[in-house]
Design a protein around this ligand. Structure first.
Ligand code: PLP
Length: 369
């Protein structure tokens, strides 16, 4: 079965091998060396002033950013399940929240954000997804962040990049916290979250907030090459290996270029079958297709063609399917997925199978190569 869900993504053989080695103790010079090397690579990936790794899923990192960087009122963009999650986190900690709600296919607008900041001068943190995975939507985060800083540089910009880091270049100039997680583009098992932090964020964190997710105490330890509590040693070892592959062996530009080709080729191939791309501004992390027979297509993909893709959530349950593009994916596998969609549609009697999805995918993916 090909795992083509936008998280978790398949873990490469080499990563599984290094993670299979005997467990080492986390308070040892041996692990400190590994931790420091991983931290350097992570800073290269995130392109931020500082970074912290947390033994947690991505949601824990979202929580840490909200508790450590929002002290008064949060402005949150909610265009899907993950935007909604920022709202729930802020409320769980008793923070006031101003919510900008959009349909799941619609990107946040700069003017709406600036308007909300004008109406609520006490907003001190802004939360948004770079890619909202519920609908495969790309928000114009860099442009919004620039407008926020031009309006009030004191507002902390928290960007959930869990399905954007390692997928596409991100301009972090005006971003204060860049969140990512292990099980998406970084191709690791779930359980490790990372946050890149700007100078502004480091100032805002001060002594930190909370206990386990106190970013000040974590940062202090991590700069020394250790962690406040037991490190997720196995996942850190996996992270060092995958970052070495992505940054030193392949090169990030190549990774981004391949992902872009895969995403573009998939979108064009599926549109040629008469399918509709769901979001108005699709992210490269995944292709989300809106279709009344999404569930039938998904079942055929799984049961007849050996491909596991994700469905839709809530209102979109049964009417969306999402194909992953994150991580290192062989073009033959990605081409098989669009071919399988064409077969499934033919099985449903909607089209005649002609092998055009595969042809278009290959023409686009391998153009000018
Ligand atoms: C996967 C994901 C998360 C994190 O979810 P966890 O289950 O806590 O790892 C957060 N935001 C986005 C946009 C995601 O895609």
């Amino acid at each position: 079965m090909l795992l083509f869900t936008p998280g978790p993504t398949p873990v490469p053989e080499r990563i599984r091998q290094v993670m299979a080695l005997p467990t080492i103790h986390h308070r040892t010079p041996e692990f400190t060396k590994i931790f420091k090397e991983t931290r350097e690579l992570l800073l290269d990936l995130l392109k931020m002033q500082d970074a912290v790794m947390l033994a947690s899923t991505g949601t824990g990192a979202m929580e840490a950013c909200v508790t450590n960087l929002c002290h008064k009122k949060a402005l949150v963009v909610n265009a899907g399940k993950f935007g909604e999650r920022f709202v729930k986190i802020a409320k769980a900690f008793g923070k006031e929240v101003v919510e900008l709600t959009y349909p799941w296919d619609t990107a946040a607008k700069i003017d709406d954000v600036v308007q909300a900041l004008k109406e609520h001068p006490d907003i001190d943190a802004f939360c948004i997804q770079i890619c909202e995975s519920s609908g495969g939507l790309r928000h114009p985060v860099e442009e919004i962040a620039a407008a926020i800083k031009a309006h009030n540089p004191d507002v902390s910009v928290i960007a959930d990049g869990i399905t954007a880091v390692g997928v596409e270049p991100i301009n972090t100039t005006n971003i204060d916290a860049l969140i990512t997680g292990s099980q998406k583009a970084l191709m690791l098992p779930p359980g490790l979250a990372m946050i890149g932090l700007s100078l502004h964020a480091l100032g805002k964190i001060g002594k930190g907030e909370g206990f386990y997710f106190n970013l000040a105490s974590e940062l202090k330890k991590q700069r020394e090459g250790t962690t406040a509590y037991t490190a997720a040693t196995t996942l850190v070892i996996g992270l060092r290996e995958i970052l070495h592959i992505l940054l030193k062996e392949i090169g990030l530009d190549e990774v981004y270029d391949h992902t872009d080709r895969r995403a573009t080729a998939t979108r064009v191939a599926l549109e040629a079958l008469g399918l509709a791309i769901y979001p108005q501004k699709p992210a490269n992390a995944m292709t989300a297709i809106y279709d009344e027979q999404a569930e039938d297509i998904r079942k055929l993909l799984k049961n007849r063609y050996g491909v596991n893709v994700a469905g839709g959530q809530e209102d979109l349950k049964g009417r969306l399917f999402r194909i992953n593009h994150m991580g290192l994916i062989e073009p033959n596998e990605a081409a098989w997925v669009v071919n399988a969609v064409e077969k499934a549609m033919a099985d449903l009697g909607r089209i005649e199978y002609r092998g055009i999805a595969n042809k278009i995918f290959n023409e686009i993916y391998f153009s000018e190569e």
